[in-house]
Write a protein that binds this ligand. Structure first.
Ligand SMILES: Nc1ncnc2c1ncn2[C@@H]1O[C@H](COP(=O)(O)OP(=O)(O)O)[C@@H](O)[C@H]1O
Ligand SMILES: [Mg+2]
Length: 220
């Protein structure tokens, strides 16, 4: 089993508001799942918890059989760097680094920059960015920046990709390109993908939808 969510609850604030109200599901290795629901239903909160970036108030997440709750901060940090690719709506590229250097950031953290350089260049080429390799982020369009961010998420060949509205600020052509890239990665590499989206058209690219309403799973 790739991802197991067990009785996840999340409360924020004082007085506390109950944002996630007991979430349970399992995702198999190699599944491409979309996480859908209205704005405010708890999608991003759940994605952050599934991807180890935030902790649930109650309950636990297991990734590849490892309980995140049982892992030390050091182990979690290493796990994240090696096994997880993150793609967010606002890409957070480092402005002073070129496209290639941004893609290589996860490899640099693990001191694998040189070994991963050919693959990073290959990913940029696959994504139609062969002429943008040495450009800085401000010299790229929104769609190009998002493709750089996806290449960065893939450079360590992660087991998991977690994406929060990855097509949210893209035009439809770039949105479709990003969906095609996710589909190809999922098929070729058996990468488990969890993608938050409120767009039904994009959600259909996934093999399964988990739908949230008011902090609960209403369909899996
Ligand atoms: N850090 C936080 N502190 C307080 N409330 C939060 C925080 N993060 C999210 N919320 C609240 O939790 C609810 C769900 O938010 P979110 O997970 O971002 O929903 P979605 O991604 O589905 O739009 C919202 O009411 C939001 O205001
Ligand atoms: Mg959100």
């Amino acid at each position: 089993m790739s991802i197991v969510a067990h009785n996840i609850e999340k409360l924020f604030g004082d007085p506390p508001t109950h944002v996630l109200k007991g979430i349970n599901f399992e995702i198999q290795t190699g599944e491409f799942v979309s996480l859908t629901g209205r704005s405010g239903s708890g999608k991003s909160t759940l994605l952050y918890i599934l991807s180890s970036l935030d902790k649930p108030t109650r309950g636990d997440v297991s990734l590849s059989g490892l309980s995140l709750d049982q892992m030390s901060e050091t182990d979690l940090h290493l796990f994240r760097n090696q096994k997880i690719g993150f793609v967010f709506q606002f890409h957070f590229l480092l402005p002073e680094l070129s496209a290639l250097e941004n893609v290589l950031m996860p490899a640099r953290k693990l001191k694998q920059e040189n070994e991963k350089r050919p693959y990073a260049i290959d990913l940029l080429k696959q994504f139609g960015l062969q002429d943008r390799i040495n450009n800085l982020p401000h010299q790229l369009s929104g769609g190009e920046m998002q493709r750089v961010a996806i290449a960065r998420a893939l450079v360590m060949s992660p087991e998991f990709i977690f994406a929060d509205e990855p097509t949210g600020n893209l035009d439809s052509a770039n949105g479709e390109l990003v969906m095609r890239i996710f589909h190809d990665i999922n098929v070729k590499n058996k990468t488990t993908i969890v993608m938050v989206t409120h767009d039904q058209e994009f959600a259909k690219n996934a093999s399964r939808q988990i739908h949230l309403a008011d902090g609960k799973v209403v369909s899996v």
